[in-house]
Design a protein around this ligand. Sequence first.
Ligand SMILES: *Cc1c(COP(=O)(O)O)cnc(C)c1O
Ligand SMILES: [Zn+2]
Length: 390
Amino acid sequence: MYVTFLECSRCGARHERAKLHNLCRECGRPLLVRYDLARAGKTLTRDSLPGRVASLWRYREVLPVADDASITTLGEGWTPLAHARRLGERLGMPRLHLKDESFNPTGSFKARGMTAAVSMAKELGAERLAVPSAGNASGALAAYAAKAGLEAHIYMPRDASRVSVVECMQYGAHVVLVDGFINDCGRIISEKKEREGWFDVSTLKEPYRVEGKKTMAYELAEQMDWTLPDVVVYPTGGGTGLIGMWKAFDEMEELGWIDSKRPRMISVQAEGCAPIVNAFAAGADTAAAVTEPATVAAGLRVPVAIGDFMLLDILRKSNGTAVSVSDAEILESVREIGSAEGIFAAPEAGACLAGLRRLLELGEVDSDERAVLMITGSGLKYPHLWSDLP
Ligand SMILES: *Cc1c(COP(=O)(O)O)cnc(C)c1O
Ligand SMILES: [Zn+2]
């Protein structure tokens, strides 16, 4: 295990490894895991990868678990990168790719974060895990907690997808439906966790979900033969995946695997909940909370992101941008991806296509660029969005 310490993303304060942490004890912002990459790189080389396990645990040396026995895995990661020929033709974009995260256990990329977070929680002695979720995070926590033999306590908005509620219950989780938004669910957990002995695995409020999600960038680089795309389009809620991928690019550069060139990172949000898009347009360093978040893409209904300052920094440093799209465009895009590529994408992923189309029209993305849309989950969990179909 090559973790050296945890570092605050804001103030840089160092925190001891091998202890349960939530946010920075100095400033209350997210902690990031740092590794001794010189040592990790002795066994983790590009040539060592073929033949390794076909899950995200192939990047074992840059994942935080000390004891292999703590690893709680359901086969997550190492998902297909599909060349989207037919969809690309429709957009006039021959080099369009889809990273198909619907292959993950529980049907979304939340599995990546939870395999790492639950493995670490188990290793460090947590027994009861709690999370607020509008959908996919709940199913993923419930599944990994079940596999690890830990309790999962899940707080969901009452209007969350029935599929997600039922799924959590079949994994044996404790589910509470809340009249409110995801931040209300988060607040209830904060209030109760001390008394109940819960460990809060809210996104970016513990350091390891980012570590699981960063592996998307390792996979992209490996699957593209150690080049990176020109553009990565990411449907942004809390932004854990975007922050994770950016971190992984830096790690891979330090490992000597890639150069300093980075993809332009593009955040897509829904018009009814676009705090990062608004802040980006305003030139702000942090994002103001959205008061009435509304969108069919539950994973994007995140009115406040604790990592907002990192997201805005990444978008600017990468020369990327942020764009919002309507729910109608999102749903239409899901059908386009499905009918052209045979992938039933979650609405959040539909937002990626709608955002890309907008940026192509605006000339902010060129049609000859190599772009990757992050298809972050499966549409199978959202039947309610199409319940009016015959
Ligand atoms: C959670 C979720 C997102 C947003 O992910 P963040 O890392 O919170 O930005 C996007 N798509 C799907 C399908 C999700 O479940
Ligand atoms: Zn700090």
